[in-house]
Design a protein. Structure first.
Length: 300
């Protein structure tokens, strides 16, 4: 086995460096050496790899601006190749990676000038991104929401396939509780004299009666629809509710409010008398079907 001269060794180290940057492992480099008839042992290949890593470490100690420029140009070269090959998916990934490298996704309002002047944008803390996301949702600012989403790193977790459906059921239970409390408040508001004292001259008898009927009817229907859903899905509905609601109002309302609730026909007649569409009366079957659709979606 002839000993390679200094120039040949340098060329091989450069080739090994390119292979490492392309993601090659030891076995890949050894195969590469065999194909090119380097006629070197595994020990020599490991020395080439070690020298290649030393060279990379030296490059890593260069001025940050030079490294940044190099990485940007590498990504733009990849982008050009991807577009030329018609691989738009890869091109988009390269563009996103370059934007992430430059900190563009971490920009808040007013930070563009700082980036343009050459100063580096600081990463936005998780708590700040949550606050900004809520504000953007309130403003319906879809562009900022998209930027914030890109600025948030993805995290991967290994969890049982039951976790997400169980969390979804907790959310459904909380929605059910909120809706039931809202219906109880509607009934209590309609039947409270105090809430109507500021309107003594208005003929509100029909409206108040309809509100009270709707509140009681929807409360009983909501309870029945939830019960129908959990029984069909073989779920412990009481456990779901008690695990997500520690209050006492529902227990107090379950008895007397369900007992005084009118029938669906009585509610439909009252709605028609008030000039409303009686076909809009919701049934327990309707609510159970809605819960079922939302739950089944989480199982996909």
């Amino acid at each position: 086995m002839a000993k390679a001269d200094h120039t040949v060794v340098l060329e091989r180290v450069q080739e090994v460096t390119r292979l490492l940057l392309a993601g090659a492992e030891f076995a890949d480099i050894r195969q590469y050496a065999l194909e090119r008839k380097w006629e070197v042992s595994d020990r020599h290949i490991r020395r080439y790899i070690e020298r290649a890593y030393r060279g990379l470490r030296k490059i890593g100690r260069r001025h940050r601006g030079q490294l940044l420029g190099r990485h940007v140009m590498q990504r733009r070269a990849l982008y050009a190749r991807s577009v030329k090959a018609g691989d738009m998916r890869t091109a988009l990934q390269v563009v996103r990676d370059e934007a992430n490298l430059l900190g563009l996704y971490e920009l808040g309002k007013g930070e563009a000038a700082a980036l343009a002047s050459g100063s580096q944008a600081e990463p936005i803390a998780l708590s700040k991104r949550i606050s900004m996301t809520l504000s953007a949702q309130a403003r319906k600012d879809h562009k900022e929401l998209q930027l914030l989403a890109h600025a948030s790193p993805s995290r991967g977790f290994q969890v049982p396939d039951t976790m997400l459906p169980l969390l979804h059921l907790d959310v459904l239970a909380m929605i059910h509780v909120i809706e039931q409390l809202d219906r109880a408040v509607l009934y209590l508001h309609a039947t409270s004299e105090l809430s109507w004292e500021d309107r003594p001259g208005e003929d509100d008898g029909i409206q108040r009666r309809l509100l009270a009927m709707m509140g009681a009817y929807l409360y009983r229907t909501g309870k029945a629809g939830w019960r129908q859903f959990v029984e069909e899905a073989e779920l412990d509905g009481d456990h779901l509710v008690s695990g997500n609601y520690l209050g006492k109002a529902l227990a107090l309302c379950d008895g007397w409010l369900c007992a005084c609730a009118p029938s669906a026909e009585d509610v439909a007649a009252a709605m028609e008398k008030a000039g409303l569409d009686r076909s809009q009366v919701v049934t327990a079957d309707d609510l159970a079907a809605s819960w079922r659709r939302m739950y089944v979606h989480s199982l996909r």
